[in-house]
Design a binder for this molecule. Structure first.
Ligand SMILES: [Zn+2]
Length: 269
């Protein structure tokens, strides 16, 4: 179990970590799981360094994805070439679905796999099991409204926003994620004036961007109930021994994966 070193922003909507914890999987990996998704019977996991090789997750995603799908008892995995934008794709086949930062499927037995080295991956499930999706909510993608765009795509795929449950995976936390002035300006332009509340001055004088709060707020504004929004509350920069971090390791950093899918039978648990 990772200690939650950094408190969540008290101004944020994020009161719940969704029962996130690390555990040993049947194949000896150490994986993160959300009780909030388990309860719904939604296959999902977050990988760590004790799992599929972090360089392989980044560069040989098909192979790593197949291993992850297997552990989830799903057939195979679909993923994206993540480009830090607002576009969402719908897929029904394994492999790279294209260049985008949101992915949705209604296909049973397909794992959707997001890659991260500090960026929040937001896993989104539907209580009625019509679809699943994820957003790669980097700051640029957050400003480009990636999370609302994934929610809208799921609604177009047969879900009701009120039935969605969103879990924000480990990522650079509000106490560590320092950004330049141009990020604050871009956020206010892309999200609106209220985006100023997601920034607070850090000890070094520079702004910190609370991507957990920004994405929780975006979910609420898109109709997802606040009680269905959870954040693991685990900072990848503080826990670089467990998760790869681009901010800590630079360009050569590997990636960890967050995956979600739909089982053939919704009764399964
Ligand atoms: Zn941190």
């Amino acid at each position: 179990m990772i200690a939650r070193k950094q408190p969540l922003n008290p101004e944020s909507h994020l009161r719940s970590n969704g029962g996130f914890r690390l555990e040993e999987s049947a194949n000896g990996w150490r994986i993160g799981r959300f009780a909030a998704l388990e309860t719904l019977g939604v296959p999902h996991l977050v990988t760590t360094r004790q799992g599929p090789d972090v360089a392989r997750v980044r560069h040989e995603t098909s192979l790593a994805g197949r291993e992850i799908a297997q552990l989830l008892e799903l057939d195979d995995a679909a993923f994206l070439e993540q480009v830090h934008g607002g576009e969402v794709l719908v897929c029904d086949a394994a492999g790279c679905a294209g260049r985008a930062d949101g992915l949705v499927t209604t296909s049973r037995s397909l794992a959707l796999l997001g890659k991260s080295g500090d960026c929040p991956i937001v896993l989104i499930a539907d209580r009625r099991h019509q679809a699943v999706g994820f957003a790669h909510a980097s700051w640029r993608a957050t400003v480009a409204r990636i999370v609302p765009n994934v929610v809208r795509t799921m609604v177009e795929s047969g879900c009701a926003a009120g039935d969605l449950v969103a879990c924000i995976c480990p990522s650079a936390g509000p106490e560590c994620y320092e950004v330049g002035e141009e990020v604050r300006a871009a956020a206010i332009e892309g999200i609106g004036c209220h985006a100023a509340s997601f920034f607070h001055p850090g000890p070094g004088g520079k702004d910190h961007f609370d991507l957990w709060a920004a994405n929780a707020d975006a979910l609420i504004r898109t109709g997802v109930p606040s009680s269905s929004i959870h954040a693991a509350g685990v900072c990848t920069m503080c826990h670089n021994g467990v998760f790869p971090s681009h901010r800590r390791e630079g360009e050569s950093a590997g990636r960890f994966a967050a995956a979600i899918g739909l089982w053939p039978s919704r009764q399964r648990d």
